[in-house]
Write a protein that binds this ligand. Structure first.
Ligand code: FRU
Length: 497
């Protein structure tokens, strides 16, 4: 099999050629989801950043479009966001043709190389053709660098509660919150996070938005805040904070502040490969979802993974929700429902009592490289429940639930391609099990080079990539010390043309 046949995902976005990192500028308009991304077209390693562009009707099937933003004399085009300026507050468009406004970081590479500190500033561009072509604002930057080395990744949201645009920016070890009435003039409102959450490396790629608390009429504000390195399993990861926003200042929910004293951060995803994820702008109130996508890699090894023509994929798009569990606020995420439209075949099994190694699915019955598998595990004890996705060439990725020692895990040591980086598979990765249970719902999304596991309706998520020499052939559960039930098994084939 060619590198392309082995490693190009079936249903996760990848650029045709070149290097990709963070998702940028996502907005929804006139039935189209737009995804821009950190892009270097001339090589498969990180380089002078552009914004690549792709469009989709459902976030699953993507069409790659022309490059949206090119680097220029002011610098590389680093991460940022885009909004639909519905009321033309910026004046760049008209009421009948609202402009799309993108805000990004200029990374001035000449200043950077000369040893200056103030090489990152914020700039805008506008599109009058629904995001297809862009004009950079002639008076850029709109926010100059105040002498902070890491000062980047502006994420704008329309704050309907306080009737203003707000923008969050990663500024060294905190998040700065700005506000504006016209998307051009920005006022610094406050800063958040200096002594909160996980630190030790610059914060990157924040997102800040209101969200309904499931099952109530209350609204809370969520700050997503990526950090690299500093993730729970090393390298890149995205922590979150929950609180209230008065239009200027974000203050942590008391119970959440207390929770943070017990753990090393709370994370959107505990796997190694979900970074810099943010949400789509301009989702209609009628839809009301918070739709998220992340970069499915990690700076520890992103530049070295064994793909040839391109590097990196995005995660499956996810819907984020805010729930309360016994008085604690938690973010949960699950694949967007649009994925269901691509189910081409389903195998269902009612009940299996597992008392020895049991095959859940194999290539005789279904193509193992494109699956959405769901089941419930019942009667769990203080045991280890080990799932193995493998092939006859002895490539195997293990994942599961170690109830005895209270963690979920993924172990990719025995998937053939690991030597490109010590950080890739040296340790198995873990997510804490916070509460006791003897029954749990599990959903596993498998593509050619990725596995995304959603435990307990997305309360704990683990996303990781893998590279095997041969396609995977079966998924089994290895015998635990005691019998248990695997119920309501649904194995869906995902087919994306
Ligand atoms: C995060 C990041 C951003 C930056 C971009 C550069 O992965 O480091 O902070 O804007 O990538 O490509």
């Amino acid at each position: 099999l060619t590198n392309e046949e082995l490693y190009r995902p079936n249903f996760h976005f990848t650029p045709k050629t070149g290097w990709m990192n963070d998702p940028n500028g996502m907005f929804f308009y006139k039935g189209i989801y737009h995804l821009y991304f950190q892009y270097y077209p001339d090589d498969t390693v990180w380089g002078p950043m552009h914004w690549g562009h792709a469009t989709s009707k459902d976030m699953i099937t993507w069409k790659e479009e022309k490059i949206a933003l090119y680097p220029d004399e002011k610098g590389y085009i680093f991460s940022g966001s885009a909004v639909v300026d519905v009321n033309n507050t910026s004046g760049f468009g008209s009421a009948s043709n609202p402009p799309i406004i993108a805000m990004f970081t200029y990374h001035d590479i000449i200043k950077d190389k000369a040893g200056a500190l103030d090489y990152q500033s914020q700039a805008i561009a506008y599109s009058l053709d629904e995001g297809m072509t862009w004009t950079k604002y002639e008076k850029n930057p709109v926010i100059k660098n105040p002498g902070i080395k890491d000062f980047r990744d502006p994420k704008i949201t329309w704050d309907a509660i306080h009737n203003q645009w707000i923008m969050v920016l990663a500024a060294d070890i905190e998040t700065k919150i700005y506000r504006s009435s016209n998307l051009i003039d920005w006022e610094l409102a406050s800063a958040f996070g200096k002594n909160l959450g996980v630190h030790g490396a610059p914060w990157e790629c924040p997102d800040f938005f209101p969200i309904k608390v499931e099952g109530t009429t209350a609204t809370k504000w969520v700050l997503l805040q990526s950090i690299n390195p500093g993730g729970p399993n090393g390298g890149s990861a995205t922590q979150y904070f929950i609180g209230d926003f008065d239009g200027k200042t974000f203050s942590l929910e008391t119970s959440f502040a207390n929770d943070l004293k017990q753990v090393e951060g709370l994370w959107i995803d505990y796997g190694k490969d979900n970074y810099a994820g943010v949400t789509w702008a301009n989702i209609s109130a009628a839809d009301g979802r918070k739709l998220f996508i992340g970069w499915m890699s990690n700076w520890q090894y992103a530049n070295k993974v064994p793909t040839k023509a391109w590097r990196s994929a995005m995660t499956i798009p996810r819907e984020l929700k805010l729930i309360t569990v016994d008085g604690h606020y938690r973010m949960v995420s699950e694949p967007v429902k649009e994925l269901d439209n691509y189910i081409s075949k389903t195998i269902k099994k009612k009940l299996l009592t597992i008392d020895k190694t049991t095959v859940i699915a194999d290539k005789e019955a279904i193509d193992m490289s494109s699956l959405d598998i769901r089941f419930t595990m019942n009667g769990l004890k203080e045991d280890n429940y080990d799932f193995v996705l493998s092939n006859k060439a002895n490539n195997a990725i293990h994942f599961g639930i170690n109830k005895k020692d209270h963690y979920f895990y993924i172990d990719r040591k025995n998937v053939s391609q690991t030597s490109f980086s010590d950080d890739f598979a040296k340790n198995s990765t873990k997510a804490p099990i916070a509460s006791n249970f003897n029954s749990i719902d599990v959903r596993v999304i498998i593509d050619k080079t990725s596995i995304e596991i959603f435990y307990d309706n997305g309360k704990t998520v683990m996303t990781e990539i893998y590279f095997s020499d041969k396609p995977m052939e079966s998924l089994s559960i290895v015998q635990a010390n005691s019998d248990f039930e695997l119920k309501n098994l649904v194995i869906n084939q995902i087919a994306v043309k």
